[in-house]
Unconditional design. Structure first.
Length: 290
């Protein structure tokens, strides 16, 4: 059996569909389908039952997957052991976090990290959607909620506080709200319409103002950078994480007493990486900068 085809089969079986596997492997669905078909032909068996909702392993497919999974785990363990045999962290470290936090907080610190560990290659994925650590899409993540997986390790890093901000231009034109109920008279910029998991309370300004959606005075932007730019342009008031608002010092914090929920940031990684020098080095570096 061709090991390259077995690796593809293993990835498709774990992903449950050609679509998800294609994204993970950065290839096309048709290319994956041809490889699986070729493997099935060489073994003269069917490995998957195909239906509208995805792929289901046949009995023979489950047998092959068990073996391929054991092989993949052994190869991964061997790879990590070889990488850990040196005195310093080496190899590839895959990190993921949100777009705004990664851009404004993490990236400015990565040069120092690279200077400390020149033999480490860093692959940084910035996404407001969840990157799957279990599938090996990243080694370590900084996220805003505790992982559900029991075999994941998480470490609390910091509270990310949010406040209400506006531009001087907007306040000059529309006035400054002095109490929460004054917000009903103002244009409000929201994050949306789809809010990532862990950030469900990001639009707490509506609750503060006792406003129910839909509300005629709102603008929705599906990017915190976009929300920031809308505030800077004088389009309305918005709740912003303080580290993001700090990138635009001209903004004015309004209703000082109105503080939203603190989003807790955690460093998360699979337990199999607990003793890897790459993850330990990144863990220690991040904690030293809090």
């Amino acid at each position: 059996m061709d090991w390259d085809k077995l690796k593809i089969f293993h990835s498709v079986a774990k992903a449950g569909s050609f679509t998800n596997a294609a994204k993970h492997l950065n290839t096309s669905q048709s290319a994956l389908s041809r490889q699986i078909k070729s493997l099935e032909d060489s073994l003269n068996i069917s490995l998957f039952t195909r239906h509208a909702r995805g792929l289901v392993l046949t009995h023979e497919g489950e047998q092959l997957f068990k073996t391929a999974d054991e092989m993949a785990q052994k190869i991964q363990a061997t790879r990590l052991a070889l990488m850990e045999s040196t005195d310093k962290p080496v190899g590839l470290l895959k990190v993921t976090t949100s777009v705004t936090f990664g851009s404004l907080w993490l990236i400015p610190k990565l040069k120092e990290f690279k200077d400390m560990y020149p033999d480490l290659d860093v692959e940084l994925t910035l996404s407001d959607n969840i990157v799957d650590l279990a599938l090996g899409e990243a080694d370590v993540a900084i996220r805003y909620r505790v992982p559900k997986q029991a075999d994941f390790i998480h470490r609390f890093l910091m509270n990310i506080n949010h406040h209400i901000y506006a531009s001087p231009k907007y306040l000059q034109e529309k006035g400054t709200p002095l109490k929460a109920t004054d917000l009903k008279k103002h244009s409000i910029i929201l994050y949306g319409p789809d809010v990532p998991k862990g950030l469900e309370n990001i639009n707490w300004i509506l609750k503060t103002a006792k406003i129910d959606k839909p509300y005629h005075g709102t603008i929705e932007v599906n990017s915190l950078f976009g929300v920031l730019e809308a505030v800077k342009a004088g389009m309305g008031l918005a709740t912003l994480p303080d580290f993001l608002a700090a990138s635009a010092p001209e903004l004015v914090r309004v209703l000082e007493g109105s503080t939203g929920p603190a989003f807790k940031a955690y460093l998360i990684y699979p337990s199999e990486h607990k003793r890897t020098k790459r993850v330990r080095a990144f863990n220690d570096f991040i904690v030293s900068h809090l």
